[in-house]
Design a protein around this ligand. Sequence first.
Ligand code: MG
Length: 368
Amino acid sequence: MKIIRISVYQIDLPLEYPYWLSGGRLKFETLDATLVKVETDAGLTGWGEGTPWGHTYVPAHGPGIRVGIETMAPFLMGLDPRRVLDVERAMDLALPGHLYAKSPIDMACWDIAGQAAGVPIADLMGGGSRTPRPIASSVGAKTVEETRTVMERYRQRGYIAHSVKIGGDVERDIARVRDVESLRKSGEIVLYDVNRGWTRQQALRVMSACEDMNVIFEQPCETLDDIAAISGRHASPVSVDESLVTLQDGARIARDGLAEVFGIKLNRVGGLTKAARLRDMALAHGIDMFVMATGGTVLADTEALHLAATVPDDNCHAVWACQDMITVDIAGGRGPRNVDGHLHLPEAPGLGVHPDEDALGYPVGAYQ
Ligand code: MG
């Protein structure tokens, strides 16, 4: 089987509500999504998606995905998409780095490989738990009152897992954590996501003040150096996502004990092939996981769900999915959707959901 054509589509995904990170430091209203169709000489077609969370969140750029694929495409023609490691190496040779540009191609190849084998991607990867995964909400509020309102809105939709965005003013952050914890319901999963918003000093103040609650703080500071510098000076559990990009990052975090949780963002780390190695590194070091779409449509959510299904149930806290935050649906309601705050693994071979091509318009790039 050979790759004979790659088509690239761009669509805008408006958010239902404007979204704030780091206590209002960053605002997001629309996501720039890239959908990729990989066609083979065997008649099988795979789909991938790369949707960064805007351009200001992490070093990933919607247009950069599209020109990255243009650069890599000549090196991918003729490869067998079922040999995902061959495709990975070809991409890494053609364009070092730029992992976010590679993940949609990797995803489409896994989709084709699953279809060819007649099994869902998670099964092809060697372990597809059917335990529904809780979807983590995104509570991008700023005040105690707004936080209550947004969390209640998600609870109405069945959510039991929440990613509460903090990282602004220290005293307000402590007050918001204490308020959320005081109202936390039995069985709820809550993660406090700082999105790099604190200095070391600010992180130590909040994480020390909240030690009695034993809550997880995600990405408290800008870099792994910052997180390492405060490690051992507080007793709060840490999750790392934005600073978990390469296998080397994962090795450092695991070896130096910098986090108790990996937040694996599929688009950020370069797709399923590379994410699976991070998963194994986490499991080998007693580290739990949140598995996340970086943003995007039900396709990106489904990719995250497949990886999450290969993590033992006890080690997978939740998946982060974007489908309830955007107002455009490119798949007409198909694929895994929010059912009482959970996503159920699709049983169809491959990814398990494809877009309506009519909803995508004309391709902005086609290579053959
Ligand atoms: Mg995060």
